[in-house]
Design a protein around this ligand. Structure first.
Ligand SMILES: Nc1ncnc2c1ncn2[C@@H]1O[C@H](COP(=O)(O)OP(=O)(O)OP(=O)(O)O)[C@@H](O)[C@H]1O
Length: 526
């Protein structure tokens, strides 16, 4: 049974949400109002303890940055939190200094998680009275700065009742976003529990797990063809599980009692591959001191899995075609035709159809191999599978190391779901193993152990955070364009074709824009 961290709301996570940052900016730039969060005990979140409150206007800055008056603000945060819980709905109140505050309780079902509050503003209807209170408070606390204080007070944001309504609506949006995020995390937690219990049941096909629709349809296809003897071509990016699927096909076939043999055709040169596959006779070459059986013979009555088939040379393609057509071959240096009964499964991460069109892969061999095609989706296309895969790898690690299965925090899972996984399942597997190792004797795995590239992932949202929304629209758009282009180029290792595709523009247009902004890859050839 897997247990997840009882996921309290993670303030760090929602602080990073683009929409919350944007709303914070908007509320700040429209009315000079600061937005803060407290937990259920009234502890201010998102700012270092004992520090200022993201103060926006000069009076709030003065009050929160002074050791003398700062404790009053801390008390207000606590008081607001308590009142907000009691009020159950939005609450308009005033702080010790005389500013208005607006708070909304953060509630999940009956559980009170804390509150959001906006403060540092005055309301039109009570502005004179509030300014008087402010004056008195400030004079008492900062007598020496009296001249500046009047100027500060005169420029404070004053909201009409209509604007107070708008502010309330904006805070409600923030609240919704936080609760949505919390719900996503909690749904993940629940599904993680459910997944764990089902790991042995419907979501596995031998050693391969997957509950996403994409993987379920792969499993369906595999079930249909389990009795067939057909040659199968398995396609998919690196690390998507092609070899695992090949093994599963073998295990579920009538050949399961015979050998399952794997040969990576891309890893060795032609001569070596030929002797590996077909064997050699004594004296065929200098070191051939005795006859050696090839993999085709060893796989007789069983299955031979030819990985990276797209990397084979034209002459090797001819030889493979012959075995596939005639079921026979000649060992290197030999003359005798050898007959074998081998089922071929082949895999590639390359686009064989395209290679056929370009003439680099034989069409006849392609059709021989591609009797049935099992196409494995990338992990990016089946993010639903991430939690179940994590569960599988945690369990594998526990079994291998004879330890109790570790618990993984929900924010860790959340971040792993957000990440794009260019290395697919293999990369995810490595990351989980890394987490298990780094957590040492600790039973719990927290997200700060994640690799930087995954820990820091905020997806495209992060891009928008850097845009200055106070300047002109033209500047902001240009800024956004620059940031996105750079970010996509970096992500695609400066491959302009891939970056252009992701950006949805032509390669030529990307090149022109790179020239316009003088973007060049530093220290590497472009
Ligand atoms: N759906 C899955 N369930 C469980 N483990 C998986 C799954 N997919 C991949 N893996 C694991 O991920 C790793 C990589 O898988 P595999 O070697 O089968 O990928 P591949 O597509 O053949 O990679 P390559 O193209 O680089 O040869 C393996 O350790 C495998 O066990």
């Amino acid at each position: 049974m897997y247990v997840l961290e009882e996921s309290n709301i993670s303030f760090e996570d929602f602080e990073k949400l683009n929409i919350i940052n944007k709303l914070r900016q908007i509320i700040g730039s429209w009315w000079n109002i600061q937005l803060n969060f407290t937990d259920e005990k009234g502890i201010l979140k998102g700012v270092p303890q004992g520090k200022f409150f993201n103060a926006k206007n000069p009076v709030c800055k003065l009050i929160t940055e002074s050791d003398k008056t700062f404790p009053d603000c801390v008390d207000i945060a606590t008081k607001t939190t308590i009142e907000s819980e009691e009020a159950e709905a939005y609450l308009l109140s005033t702080c010790h200094a005389g500013f208005s505050t607006m708070s909304l309780p953060l509630k999940l079902g009956k559980k009170y998680l804390g509150c959001i509050f906006a403060d540092g503003f005055l309301i039109e209807e009570t502005v004179d009275e509030q300014k008087d209170r402010l004056r008195t408070y400030l004079r008492k606390s900062f007598a020496q700065n009296a001249t500046h204080l009047e100027e500060y007070i005169a420029n404070l944001p004053v909201l009409s009742l209509k604007e107070v309504g708008y502010l309330k609506e904006l805070l409600e949006v923030v609240l919704d976003e936080i609760l949505n995020l919390r719900k996503t995390i909690s749904d993940n937690t629940e599904s993680f529990h459910a997944l764990s219990n089902n790991l042995k049941n419907q979501w596995t096909y031998e050693n391969i797990v997957g509950k996403s629709l994409a993987m379920q349809s792969v499993f369906k296809l595999l079930n249909k063809i389990s009795d067939s003897e057909a040659t199968i071509l398995i396609t998919g990016e690196n690390g998507t599980g092609k070899e695992g699927i090949a093994k599963s096909i073998h295990v579920n076939s009538k050949r399961s009692n015979a050998n399952f043999i794997v040969q990576n055709c891309g890893a060795i040169n032609d001569n070596l591959l030929e002797t590996e596959l077909f064997g050699h006779v004594k004296g065929a070459f200098t070191n051939a001191i005795k006859d050696k059986k090839g993999l085709f013979e060893l796989a007789d009555k069983g299955t031979l899995f030819l990985d990276e088939i797209g990397d084979t040379s034209p002459s090797m393609q001819v030889k493979l075609l012959r075995v596939l057509q005639e079921g026979s071959f000649i060992s290197v240096g030999g003359s005798e035709q050898k007959k074998v009964d081998v089922r071929i499964l082949a895999a590639t991460n390359r686009n064989l159809e395209q290679m056929v069109k370009e003439g680099s892969f034989r069409e006849d061999l392609y059709y021989r191999l591609n009797v049935i095609n099992v196409k494995l989706p990338s992990l990016r296309e089946r993010k639903d599978d991430i939690p179940i895969l994590i569960a599988r790898f945690l369990s594998d690690y526990a079994k291998q190391n004879n330890i109790k299965m570790k618990k993984i925090s929900s924010s860790c899972i959340y971040k792993m779901e957000k990440y794009e996984w260019p290395g697919n399942v293999r990369e995810l597997q490595n990351e989980v193993e890394r987490l298990c190792v780094l957590s040492g004797d600790e039973q719990d795995i927290q997200d700060d152990l994640l690799s930087d590239r995954i820990y820091g992932i905020q997806g495209k949202e992060e891009i928008f955070k850097t845009i200055n929304t106070n300047g002109s629209l033209k500047d902001a758009v240009e800024n956004l364009e620059k940031t996105m282009i750079l970010s996509y180029l970096e992500n695609e290792n400066w491959n302009k074709s891939r970056a252009a595709k992701k950006l949805g523009i032509s390669r030529a247009s990307l090149i022109m824009k790179c020239e316009k902004y003088n973007f060049k890859r530093v220290n590497k050839e472009n």
